[in-house]
Design a protein around this ligand. Sequence first.
Ligand SMILES: NC(=O)c1ccc[n+]([C@@H]2O[C@H](COP(=O)([O-])OP(=O)(O)OC[C@H]3O[C@@H](n4cnc5c(N)ncnc54)[C@H](O)[C@@H]3O)[C@@H](O)[C@H]2O)c1
Length: 346
Amino acid sequence: MTVRVGVIGVGTMGQDHVVRLQRRVNGAEVVALADMDHARLEAVAASVPGARTMASGDDLIVADDVGGVVIASWGETHEQYVLSALAAGKPVFCEKPLAPEAEACQRIMDAERAGGRRLLQVGFMRRYDQAYRALFRTLREGALGAPLMIHCAHRNPGVPSFYAGGMPITDSAIHEIDIVRWLLEQEISAAQVLRPRRASRARPDLQDPLLLLLEMCDGTLVDVEVFATATYGYDIRCEVVCESGTVALGDGSRVVVRNGGARSDRVPDNFQERFRDAYDAEFQEWVNGVERGQTGGPSAWDGYAAAVAADAAVASLQSGERVSVSMLARPRFYEPTVAQPVLMNR
Ligand SMILES: NC(=O)c1ccc[n+]([C@@H]2O[C@H](COP(=O)([O-])OP(=O)(O)OC[C@H]3O[C@@H](n4cnc5c(N)ncnc54)[C@H](O)[C@@H]3O)[C@@H](O)[C@H]2O)c1
């Protein structure tokens, strides 16, 4: 059975997902597109045979032939579209952030729970990356003992001019916030941001680089370097220091070149290159779940937990103080062990 997908927001990420759904994911067909930028919408639609353009995201959500909704518009618009998709009873994939504020994530959780079944997956694609998955398995095998510290780095070659203020947290470190919760199966209890010497090229409205410290509920300490203008490539690092050893992401290059007395390998250009296979796996799992009538993957709770921790980190970026993370208790509905009822196939 083919899942008929509608995509809202056809900018960088939305276009990437449209191509993925058409060419690299089995069992999906893109049937409808919406974007408030009508010129862009028409240009993208011209390269998607069989997809029609919709006047608005809300029209797309309620269209009879749309069986699954992908939201890749700007973060502030996510809540409205997710709530509409939940009200229509449609499976929905929402790019991160689920919503910029924790209260909005709470409203989404309330709406999903009121419907009595999971319909929402949030786009934390690192959980589908083979290297992070190998790291997760190594920790579970137990030979290294308990994790004590995690060192992460999130380096971009550069960032657009609108990337400013809290975006090193809300746009970049949000991925580390999610992945360390997933790796450790622990929530974050406090955050603090340290401001190293600024790169000379950093704009005045951007603290670059910065160091984010996260305290996990069991005492594990995580440091995340965010360096938005690192220039040399897109470099993601993660090393877990355990009682009796360490485990780290490999460099990920498929080949190493030895030449002229030097050894080199490739640093990805951007997140699309580094995480391409992870995005593909993430969407394949989403499509399979929609087909089976069972949504899995990162949940509204994960979107909420990341938003609360990010809020604390942004507050610390402003104040310089350590900020406690204050969260709701996790509803039983979002416990990983609770089986979800199976939906009708669409
Ligand atoms: N998972 C990841 O690694 C990853 C990477 C990049 C971006 N993202 C997320 O994807 C989302 C989109 O980011 P992007 O980089 O593609 O942005 P973008 O600006 O390139 O594209 C966003 C598109 O959404 C459209 N849009 C905005 N508001 C809309 C509305 N109300 N209704 C319909 N269309 C609307 C815009 O016109 C634009 O075409 C963001 O939430 C971003 O955080 C996730």
